[in-house]
Design a protein. Structure first.
Length: 205
């Protein structure tokens, strides 16, 4: 009955689960080396059980009926059965992933955006697009969902906060901590030039 995992291993597992897929790949080999085969087997079985119990995984597997709004190879979107407002849609990855930061591409947000556009065009409603990454942020299931919520004026739905006072030097510190850089792709000038030459070659024998 008892778990073969020590409290230290459980803590370490928790912190690894918060990392991105790339970072997990880096730390997992050395973590697994510390474990006995019995412990590894236990962790694998636990993960399988979690997925079997996962409500969203059951929807992906067709074990629970849904009102489908969109589906492709990797994503599924359907109506929330207890919506904030009618039309409240959830977009989920078919893979059991907890954090949006663990996704390898941002397509889920593109799908959510298109559904928000469809809600605007077909229901005439404004929307909130909402993600909870982790339990502190209000995530209830450990399977990622992007919520697209249609809104009406005075509908009683609350997604809000009271602005806190933060000193300017504190703002500077935080900004420098979380600042990121995104490298834009270089325009593919050379390839286009090649295409042009090929085209010319075809036309001028
Ligand atoms: Zn799941």
């Amino acid at each position: 009955m008892g778990s073969p995992l020590t409290p230290e291993i459980i803590e370490e597992l928790k912190s690894i689960s918060q990392l991105s897929v790339e970072e997990q790949k880096k730390v997992l080999p050395s973590f697994l080396k510390k474990l006995t085969p019995e412990q590894i087997e236990y962790i694998k079985n636990q993960q399988l059980e979690q997925q079997e119990e996962c409500l969203f995984c059951s929807m992906v597997n067709g074990n629970i009926k849904i009102k489908k709004v969109y589906e492709d190879l990797d994503y599924l979107a359907f109506l929330d059965i207890k919506p904030a407002n009618p039309g409240h849609t959830l977009v989920i990855p078919k893979e059991h992933i907890q954090f949006s930061t663990h996704l390898t591409n941002p397509k889920i947000f593109d799908i959510a955006n298109r559904i928000a556009d469809s809600i605007y065009k077909n229901l005439g409603k404004n929307t909130n697009i909402f993600v909870a990454n982790g339990t502190d942020a209000g995530q209830r299931l450990n399977h990622l969902a992007v919520h697209v919520i249609p809104r009406d004026k005075g509908d009683g739905v609350t997604i809000g906060w009271q602005g806190k006072e933060v000193k300017e030097d504190e703002l500077d510190k935080i900004a420098s901590k979380i600042r990121i850089e995104i490298k834009e792709k270089e325009p593919e000038k050379e390839e286009k030039a090649d295409e042009f030459i090929e085209y010319d070659d075809l036309r001028i024998p």
